[in-house]
Design a protein around this ligand. Structure first.
Ligand code: ADP
Ligand code: MG
Ligand code: MG
Length: 256
């Protein structure tokens, strides 16, 4: 059983002139193994800032609060240490990695996380199996990471990473964006499969409720202006689907 505990987290973004712009104003949230938490909120409410802060992105400065994974101080860890401790951020590697194939990238990541290289034969089979389940062409493994990937390929690649790296807690930031309905279903099934197999705790960040038809959240947190404005069970997602974020923001255009 793993537990990610975010306590009163306050975060500023570092502006190019060196100034700090406060974005998160005290976020408290606990994600345990096997739980799915949906974070929903209008654009600009700080959802990605939360994800990047937990992942250790250098653009964000933690000005208060704490993040612990199984009692270990996440904020004191390097980005690599966070991954080895069992944290996964889906947007961790959004950049192209010239000259590095998907197969090599995944094997290197797995080796770094486990502290030893995976056995070649079982590894090749796992990779092939994971890609097959996501309906991916085997040739995909030889392509360079994110080079010319379509939106759907990027998301599928994220799910392959999840399936092979087996993190304790996975943070999926807008995994649904840019997916058509078929791809959304395939990617969602992948997340559910990984969850069931590994008892992963999932923090699912999304602007739209549609992914929650496929990935059922246990808890829903509504994010507004860098704070959690309301929390509840899955029924809260239904309310958001019907009413949007207007009742929180007071402006009909927000989130459009
Ligand atoms: P969300 O993911 O909910 O859409 P973000 O976390 O991306 O929200 O952004 C939260 C707020 O932080 C927004 O107002 C955004 O403009 C601001 N922000 C994020 N990054 C920067 C940056 N590099 N410079 C200035 N403002 C930023
Ligand atoms: Mg956004
Ligand atoms: Mg975002």
């Amino acid at each position: 059983m793993s537990k990610l505990e975010i306590r009163d987290l306050q975060v500023s973004v570092k502006l190019p002139e060196g100034e700090l712009k406060p974005i998160l104003h005290g976020v408290t949230l606990t994600v345990e193994s096997g739980q799915t938490h949906a974070i929903m909120g209008p654009n600009g409410s700080g959802k990605s800032t939360l994800a990047y802060s937990i992942a250790g992105h250098p653009k964000y400065e933690i000005t208060g609060g704490s993040v612990h994974l199984d009692g270990q101080d996440v904020l004191a860890m390097s980005v690599d240490e966070r991954a080895r401790a069992g944290l996964f951020l889906a947007m961790q590697y959004p950049v192209e990695v010239p000259g590095v194939s998907v197969a090599n990238f995944l094997r290197t990541a797995k080796t770094a996380i486990d502290g030893e290289a995976p056995k070649l034969r079982t590894w090749a089979g796992e990779l092939k199996g994971s890609m097959e389940k996501l309906g991916m062409d085997p040739a995909f493994a030889q392509r360079n990471v994110n080079e010319g990937f379509s939106g759907g390929e990027k998301k599928r690649h994220e799910i392959v990473q999840l399936e092979l790296l087996k993190p304790k807690i996975a943070i999926l930031d807008e995994t649904d964006s840019g997916l058509d309905v078929d791809a959304l279903r395939v990617v969602s099934e992948g997340v559910n499969r990984v969850k069931d197999a590994n008892d992963t705790g999932v923090l699912l960040i999304t602007h739209y409720t549609r992914i929650l038809r496929y990935i059922k959240p246990d808890f829903v947190h509504v994010f507004v202006a860098g704070r959690i404005a309301e929390e509840g069970g899955p029924e809260l997602a239904d309310k958001l689907e019907a009413e949007g974020y207007v009742s929180y923001t007071g402006a009909a255009a927000v989130g459009a």
